[in-house]
Design a protein around this ligand. Structure first.
Ligand SMILES: C[S@@+](CC[C@H](N)C(=O)[O-])C[C@H]1O[C@@H](n2cnc3c(N)ncnc32)[C@H](O)[C@@H]1O
Length: 312
């Protein structure tokens, strides 16, 4: 239950092009699958600072890598990325930063964390149970329209209105506190079925993203990563659904392409860079796992890797 299979492992290693004496940041340590391979590529002068907002991930990492002198493990979230890295090293800039977004298998598979609609547990879903409030507390006080909006936008759920009504009706009888209760309620509210998908999949995704402010965290994490990267340093981001990927794509585009407003202005490339210096260049095309990886690890099926390099 405490295992996580790292996705796109070879692709991430190739993207980071680890130099043995470099400083690397794994912003989503999880169970350390990617970190382990970065550590293998580092020499004695190299450093890896690994973060996770989940205290269980950090505790598992200390057990697994406790003796590893190149590794610093920090309990922090993306809003603390730059400060966390600076607290662990005297070096000003990182040579590579990895984000492997979303939740880990140990988080999903432990019913006590409340992420799963397949196993009953407390309705929590916080990646960091020491902060914020569980889904049950949010559902107890949020207005009907707010619930509909969150499920509609973050879950891209077309029956969000019906689900919000069902939640408001149910909580008037008794507070919603269990994942199985919510999964059953959503299943009755959703009139159609998607092949191979539990009808509560979209609702659970939306509530998880909301209580963990996942999109706000990504925006802040990417901005801080840019400020941390050395010229030539690589940014590698794995996302798992379209809302996450859209933020990553837009972020890279914003920093890798000249402003469309300058498109008609007759400037040479060098003049354009002086007016609007670009901070990133795209490296390769977006990458997805191959059939063999998906067969071995079905959770990899929606993974998508984007890579960019910091410009001087
Ligand atoms: C997909 S898993 C990473 C798995 C890891 N690459 C491995 O191979 O084991 C994502 C991890 O990132 C953490 N995480 C997600 N969002 C975060 C955030 N905003 N700040 C810090 N950690 C975050 C989660 O707690 C989870 O452990």
């Amino acid at each position: 239950m405490d295992e996580h299979t790292p996705v796109l492992l070879e692709e991430v290693l190739a993207a980071l092009a680890v130099s043995p004496a470099g400083l690397y940041v794994d912003a989503t340590f999880g169970r350390g699958g990617h970190s382990a391979r970065i550590l293998q590529a580092l020499g004695a002068q190299g450093q890896l600072v690994a973060l996770d907002r989940d205290p269980e991930a950090i505790a598992a990492g200390r057990l697994r890598f406790g003796q590893q002198p190149c590794l610093r493990l920090v309990h922090a979230d993306f809003t603390q990325l730059a400060a966390a890295v600076r607290s662990q090293t005297a070096r000003a800039h990182a040579d590579g930063i990895l984000f492997d977004l979303g939740v880990s298998s140990p988080q999903l598979d432990d019913p006590a964390r409340g992420f799963s609609f397949n196993q009953d547990g407390p309705l929590d879903m916080r990646m960091d149970p020491t902060h914020g409030r569980p889904v049950s507390a949010w559902l107890a006080q949020a207005g009907r329209d707010e619930i509909r909006r969150v499920i509609g936008t973050l879950g891209e759920e077309r029956f969000a209105g019906r689900i919000a009504n069902a939640i408001v009706r149910a909580r008037a009888q008794a507070p919603l506190t269990r994942t199985a209760e919510l999964a059953a309620l959503v299943a009755t509210a959703v009139p159609t079925r998607e092949a191979g998908r539990h009808p509560a999949t979209r609702t659970f995704q939306a509530l998880r993203m909301h209580v963990n402010d996942e999109l706000g965290q990504i925006e802040q994490g990417l901005a801080q990563a840019l400020s941390l990267l050395a010229p030539g340093g690589r940014l590698a981001v794995i996302s798992f659904h379209s809302l996450e990927d859209r933020l990553v794509k837009q972020f890279i585009r914003r920093h890798a392409e000249a402003d469309a407003g300058l498109a008609g202005v007759p400037l040479r490339a060098s003049e354009m860079r002086a007016v609007q210096p670009l901070a990133l260049r795209r490296v390769g095309r977006k990458q997805r796992p191959g059939a063999a990886e998906i067969a071995a690890n079905p959770r990899a099926r929606s993974a998508l890797l984007r890579v960019a390099e910091r410009l001087a």
